[in-house]
Design a binder for this molecule. Structure first.
Ligand code: G1P
Length: 297
């Protein structure tokens, strides 16, 4: 029932103040887990879900992102000459086909809804995905692919969802759960960053969305919501109010909040341990520090 989703928006205009001073000169999306920048994980997930057009909503100081996805002929030929074929293929895998990637500037930091709205002309009249690269999700089937498969049956809008502890609701968009069927449920309401006492549930929106172009029209109103920002959550909630379907999708996989220092460090440990060539040495080191910590207690 859902149309094929081929475009994805990556809102990457945020200043990344939580990672200052690093983000004074590098975009936070270039911070690495082991040896790959956060943005690479987001792009790989989009590709695995069949996305072929990548729209970056950027801001000042994000030039490193454009360079990252550009071809690097000198580097490639030097790797080729020195016979480093494995590294060469890793580098080549970051290249984007000409015309597959577009950059739009968000001139003012007016919120996530506004950032997505900035991409409206490139999206046109078709459903599209939104990926927040801060949310890194691992799993056998990439999260967006799980959603795209489910979306084929449903159409409408779909957001990825995960239960969080009650005291954390004010950090997320929170969903009212109407009717569950498997990992999917129909959403009765959506509230951006409610206090625990006002949250309709503890089911949070995680940074993967499949949205209809109607959401972009809803954003035309430029209504400010939580934190005085133009919120994507509010534009999706308008869909529910107007009687159109919105679904939550409880993905299988593990999510790391790489927008926070603690989450980023946890992801670093998990991704380090997942690498065969690092595992033994890294695990031994973790054992050693945890034993030393216990001994000190
Ligand atoms: C954004 C969204 C929020 C969502 C969250 C997921 O908030 O506004 O609804 O739950 O991403 O990571 P942010 O983390 O940018 O404040």
């Amino acid at each position: 029932m859902g149309q094929k989703v081929t475009k994805a928006v990556f809102p990457v205009a945020g200043m990344g103040t939580r990672f200052l001073p690093a983000t004074k000169s590098i975009p936070k999306e270039i911070l690495t887990l082991v040896d790959r920048p956060l943005i690479q994980y987001a792009i790989d997930e989009a590709r695995a879900a069949g996305i072929t057009e990548f729209i970056f909503v950027t801001s000042r100081g994000k030039g490193a992102l454009e360079d990252y996805f550009d071809h690097a002929p000198e580097l490639e030929s030097s790797l080729q000459k020195s016979g480093k074929s494995e590294l060469l293929s890793i580098v080549k895998n970051t290249n984007m086909e000409s015309g597959a990637i577009a950059y739009i500037r968000q001139h003012k930091a007016l919120g996530l809804g506004h950032a997505v709205w900035c991409a409206r002309r490139l999206i046109g009249d078709e459903p599209f995905a939104v990926i927040l690269p801060d949310d890194v999700i691992t799993g056998d089937v990439p999260c967006l692919k799980q959603m795209v498969d489910a979306y084929e049956e449903t159409g409408g809008c779909m957001v990825s969802a995960m239960e969080v502890s009650r005291d954390k609701t004010s950090a997320y968009g929170i969903l009212g759960v109407r009717e569950e069927s498997g990992p999917m449920f129909s959403v009765s309401e959506m509230v951006e960053k409610p206090a625990p006492g006002e949250a309709p549930s503890n089911m949070a929106v995680i940074g993967r969305y499949i949205l209809t172009p109607q959401v972009l029209s809803n954003l035309d109103e430029m209504k400010k919501g939580a934190g005085g920002e133009i919120q994507l959550t509010d534009a999706i909630a308008t869909e529910i109010r107007e009687g159109r379907d919105v679904y939550g999708y409880q993905f299988s996989g593990q999510r790391f909040d790489c927008g926070s220092k603690a989450g980023y460090l946890q992801a670093t440990v998990a991704f380090g341990l997942a690498r065969e060539e690092l595992r033994d040495e890294f695990a031994a080191y973790l054992d050693q520090i945890s034993a030393a910590k216990k001994a000190a207690e």
